[in-house]
Design a protein around this ligand. Structure first.
Ligand code: PHE
Length: 360
């Protein structure tokens, strides 16, 4: 039969060039529809001699099949392309966390408390606690500060209310963590090695003082504990906490009613240009008070001072946080300014450990 090759070439080209399903359908109708070119050729078979038909029939059928399956293949190629376009357009990252970014941070004071606890735990100190509303006895008397003792005045104490006519001394917001020394020794006796971190209160307010602040008390009592042990423990603590080989410390003779002898410790720092830097400049920041526990204190807590002796210290947690993290104004710690908290806060899953380098 004449012209089959031309037909084949024409339709295969058209199919290859069809842009969408509609165009393919039009081609199908033009070729294979009732009045399509191939169908019309089929009709011519009736007028042929049997010999001619024998040759032309299979050729026409083959052409019909070929065009049919080319259209089918082109249709499914178009459908595939459409699907992959859609998948690209509607792409969704199922690994993305649908929750909003976590905004909460660990406050520098909490972080510092954790760091301090990790360092002292490594030196064998357990964690002790006491109440923030404290009796006059624990906050003062038991610490060798009788009611008329002048040191009481230095504490700028917040007193709790007493009912009219109640003559007992009022409770106080504890002015230091030292009362926990008494509570811990009452509970455990000696030997003992504890730290007691927590909030304390004094009526005071400037760049390095706020009415509520934080201390960590330390206490070690045993048969032969000396001032040398105290000095070593404090130096080791500072080395580990400030993460430097050598910190410049100044041990200064001082006085506390509950220790004898007593020493305060200062750290060299600079406040130049409104920023606070550790280990530079000519300023000193007082970070702790310490000394050998006074025999009267041991006695008040039920420990025999003829058999036991020890040291105690009270570190200003906020102060050492300021020094370590270069935070020049203590008052900002308690302003709850979100910008400040985001800037100075720590990520909640980074728990400080000695082997992890604490603040790393
Ligand atoms: N309690 C003292 C203060 O708040 C610090 C201190 C604690 C001093 C233990 C000596 C021993 O200033």
């Amino acid at each position: 039969m004449q012209g089959l090759d031309e037909l084949r070439g024409k339709y295969i080209d058209q199919i290859a060039g069809a842009a969408d399903e509609g165009a393919l359908e039009a081609i199908r109708v033009a070729a294979l529809g009732k009045k399509g070119e191939v169908s019309l050729k089929m009709r011519e078979l009736g007028k042929m001699t049997p010999e001619e038909r024998k040759e032309a029939g299979p050729a026409l059928n083959a052409l019909k099949d070929e065009i049919g399956s080319a259209i089918g293949a082109a249709k499914s190629a178009l459908a595939d392309a459409a699907l992959s376009e859609r998948l690209k357009a509607e792409w969704l990252d199922v690994t993305l966390d649908p929750r909003p970014a976590r905004r909460g941070t660990i406050h520098p004071v909490s972080q510092t408390m954790e760091e301090v606890a990790a360092i002292f735990a490594d030196m064998g100190f357990a964690w002790a606690e006491g109440p923030q509303i404290e009796s006059d006895w624990y906050n003062f008397d038991a610490l060798n500060m009788a009611p008329e003792h002048p040191a009481r005045q230095e504490h700028d104490t917040f007193f709790m209310h007493r009912a009219e006519g109640d003559e007992r001394p009022p409770h106080v917001l504890r002015t230091h963590t030292s009362p926990v020394q008494i509570r811990a020794m009452e509970k455990q006796g000696a030997p003992i090695r504890v730290i007691a971190p927590g909030r304390v209160y004094r009526c005071d307010y400037d760049l390095t003082h706020t009415p509520m602040f934080h201390q960590v008390e330390g206490l070690a009592v045993d048969k032969d504990i000396s001032m040398a042990n105290l000095k070593w423990v404090l130096q080791e603590f500072c080395r580990a906490f400030f993460e430097v080989e050598q910190v410049e410390l100044r041990f200064r003779a001082s006085h506390f009613p509950f220790t004898e002898p007593s020493a305060e410790v200062d750290i060299r720092c600079s406040w130049e240009g409104g920023s606070l830097k550790l280990g530079e400049g000519d300023d000193w920041m007082e970070i702790l008070g310490s000394g050998m526990v006074h025999p009267n204190v041991l006695r008040a807590a039920g420990v025999n001072p003829d058999e036991q002796q020890g040291f105690a210290f009270g570190i200003g947690i906020d102060r050492i946080a300021m020094l370590k993290y270069g935070i020049p104004d203590l008052r900002a710690f308690f302003d709850s300014d979100l910008r400040w908290l985001r800037h100075y806060g720590f990520r909640s899953l980074d728990v400080p450990t000695l082997h992890g380098g604490l603040s790393a």
